[in-house]
Structure formats: structure tokens, C-alpha cells
Ligand binder design. Structure first.
Ligand SMILES: Cc1cc2nc3c(=O)[nH]c(=O)nc-3n(C[C@H](O)[C@H](O)[C@H](O)COP(=O)(O)OP(=O)(O)OC[C@H]3O[C@@H](n4cnc5c(N)ncnc54)[C@H](O)[C@@H]3O)c2cc1C
Length: 314
């Protein structure tokens, strides 16, 4: 894990004793919006309703529980620097922040439970590097677009080589889903019979994370550390960059096993919290989101152990 300072004073704030925000505090959100006035802020009825929606409507239980939940403000970011500004402002004003990619999650993962900011990542959609076997991209790129660029079917990308590649795996929602959302909330997909699940070693090479603090830090997670933010439902830092895998090495390792039967994932988002405590993820949340403002209510272990709310907030 490598840390670089995004702004001065990269000291982690102490974990607060109680809930640091007031749900739907419109005054705090108004002050925050004023401090970000030059950015792409959206607060129309249509934008707020959209930002309170994903594919949780498949579940009658979640439809009922999440009805009417939405943010007070949508901020569409275009760069890591903008993400850092929003993270810092949310921490200063004690406003919850919920990252959002394509909004195709099935469990309300990107539905803000207590209002605040919905951070729309889809403007961060650049391919930073494209090499044989791997690519480095901004987290808001659509999975389909990255596949098309890697196959060199999308025009208008001067400087990128023609590589005739594709991702190891992608979700069936690839035309709407972002790579960051797939990594934060997804599991596996088309290609997984051959290449395993996202959590398997080597399928993600590096994640660049922005922490949610008054002075946000930028942290690069590599190797086993990636699991601290992978599949943490946007509650363990904002993913701003992703390095997708070295194709050949992993293929060789799976082919040596033959067809892989992988474990079902044990993480279930239920009633707004996790069923099992992943101490590694919980410890990383203390580092990446020391105030507990990120996607609040989604990690039951945090609510129970840090906030002292038995059964979680929802
Ligand atoms: C019909 C259907 C088919 C599906 N098929 C698959 C499948 O094959 N495989 C699979 O794994 N999933 C599948 N899903 C679930 C979902 O589509 C995928 O997980 C998808 O990749 C999520 O991406 P997204 O950009 O839409 O994320 P969102 O729904 O926007 O977000 C998902 C979670 O990630 C967080 N998040 C988003 N961006 C960031 C970021 N940059 N940093 C930190 N946190 C972030 C959000 O807060 C949220 O908790 C399917 C869903 C549907 C409705």
C-alpha cells in the first residue's frame, strides 16, 4: 500500500464516537454546494431521483425499504483533483458521500441512505495507458467502452496503440456499468469460467483510492491489499484509477487447474449491512473513511462496532 499526500496534513482523523452527520441536513449541503460552485453540480428533481435509483427494484423487500431514498446533490467529477475537492468538502461539512458509477447494482449499493452527495464518476472515463496485457484507466469508464478501445473499434483515441485485446471478464451490464462500479460492487462475469472472479489474484493490478477526510490522501492498493476496497460497496474510499490485468500470466495459472469451480462469495448486502465482518476491510475503512461519511448505513460492522448501533442504522 503506497500513500501520497493529496493535500497537506495527511494525518488520519480519529474515528468519531457517534454518527458524524445529520441525515438530509440541507443547510450543510447548501454550504458544501457553495464551496464547490465552479463544479458540475446537479439538483433537479430528475437528477436526484435518478441518483436514488439502481436495480434494487428487482427485490420487493429492498424496493420498500429504499423508497424515497436519494441524495440532496449530485456532483459529476472529471478528475482526481475534483474528487479530492468533493471528498474534502464532504468531510469539512460532515455530509455523507455515496459514489455512483452506472447505477446497475442489484442491492441499492449506490442509493444514499441518508442523503448528502451522490458522486457521479461517469465523467472520469479516460484510458491513461493501454499496453499488451494491461490497461490503466479512470474508474468511471464504461466497461463496454474500455473493451471497444482495447479492441481498437472506437475511434478518436490518438496516441493509443491498436492492441486487439479485451478484458478478462465483464458484467452483462457492460454498456451502462463503469469499471470502478464493477470492482467496488461486482463479482465476476463473462470470461470468469476462464479467468476466475475479480477477487482472484492478478485480475486487478492496482486501485488508486481517494480517502474521505478534510485533507484527503491518495492511496495505491496493489496485490492482496486490493481486497480492502474491492467489493466494499463504495464504502472504503473512492476508486479513481484502475489497472486491469496482465492477461497471459493469469490464463496460464488457471489453465493449469482446468475449469475452475469458484467459491460463492460470502459477502451479502442485507438490510443495509454486511452479514460477516471482514476485519481487513473494516480496518481499511477506518483509514480511508475515518469519519464514517462514505456510503453510510451499508456496513453493518461499522454501525455496530464503531457507532455502537446494534443491528445497523437502517
Ligand atoms: C441485469 C443485471 C446483470 C448483472 N450482471 C452482473 C454480472 O454479470 N457480474 C457482476 O459482477 N455484476 C452484475 N450485475 C451487477 C452490476 O451490474 C455490476 O456489479 C456492475 O458492474 C456495477 O457497476 P456500476 O458502474 O453500475 O456500479 P454502481 O451500481 O453505480 O455502484 C456499485 C457500487 O460501487 C460503488 N462505486 C461505484 N463507483 C465507485 C468508485 N469509483 N469508487 C468507489 N465506489 C464506487 C457504489 O457506491 C456502489 O456501492 C448485474 C446487474 C444487473 C441489473
Amino acid at each position: 500500500m503506497k500513500t501520497q499526500s493529496a493535500l497537506p496534513l495527511p494525518l488520519p482523523a480519529p474515528v468519531p464516537a457517534g454518527r458524524p452527520y445529520r441525515p438530509h441536513d440541507v443547510t450543510a449541503v447548501a454550504s458544501l454546494a457553495a464551496s464547490l460552485g465552479d463544479m458540475d453540480l446537479r439538483s433537479s428533481e430528475a437528477e436526484l431521483t435518478r441518483a436514488g435509483t439502481d436495480y434494487h427494484w428487482y427485490s420487493p423487500l429492498l424496493s420498500e425499504r429504499l423508497q424515497g431514498r436519494r441524495p440532496e446533490l449530485v456532483v459529476r467529477v472529471r478528475s482526481t483533483q475534483e474528487v479530492i475537492r468533493v471528498a474534502s468538502a464532504c468531510a469539512r461539512h460532515r455530509v455523507p458521500l455515496t459514489p455512483r458509477g452506472g447505477g446497475t447494482g442489484n442491492y441499492g449499493q449506490c442509493v444514499p441512505l441518508f442523503g448528502g452527495v451522490s458522486l457521479d464518476m461517469t465523467g472520469m472515463n479516460q484510458v491513461l495507458r493501454l499496453e499488451p496485457g494491461w490497461a490503466s484507466v479512470e474508474a468511471g469508464i464504461l466497461v463496454h467502452d474500455l473493451n471497444e478501445i482495447a479492441r481498437a473499434r472506437l475511434p478518436g483515441l490518438p496516441g493509443l496503440p491498436v492492441t486487439r485485446q479485451q478484458l478478462r471478464m465483464w458484467p452483462s451490464t457492460e454498456r451502462i456499468a463503469t469499471l470502478g462500479g464493477f470492482i467496488a460492487g461486482g463479482h465476476s462475469g463473462i470470461g470468469s469460467i476462464r479467468h476466475g472472479i475479480l477477487a482472484d489474484p492478478g485480475n486487478v493490478r492496482r486501485l488508486r483510492i481517494v480517502t474521505l477526510e478534510e485533507h484527503p490522501r491518495v492511496i495505491d492498493l496493489e496485490g492482496a491489499d486490493i481486497q480492502k476496497a474491492h467489493h466494499a460497496y463504495g464504502s472504503n474510499g473512492i476508486i479513481v484509477e484502475v489497472d486491469e490485468p496482465q492477461l497471459r500470466a493469469l490464463m496460464a495459472s488457471f489453465e493449469a487447474y482446468g475449469c475452475r469451480v469458484f467459491d460463492p462469495h460470502t459477502w451479502v448486502l442485507e438490510d443495509g449491512g454486511m452479514k460477516q465482518v471482514d476485519t481487513q476491510q473494516l480496518d481499511f475503512k477506518k483509514l480511508a473513511d475515518p469519519l464514517g461519511l462514505m456510503n453510510p448505513g451499508k456496513v453493518r460492522a461499522w454501525d455496530e462496532q464503531v457507532l455502537g448501533i446494534p443491528g445497523g442504522q437502517l
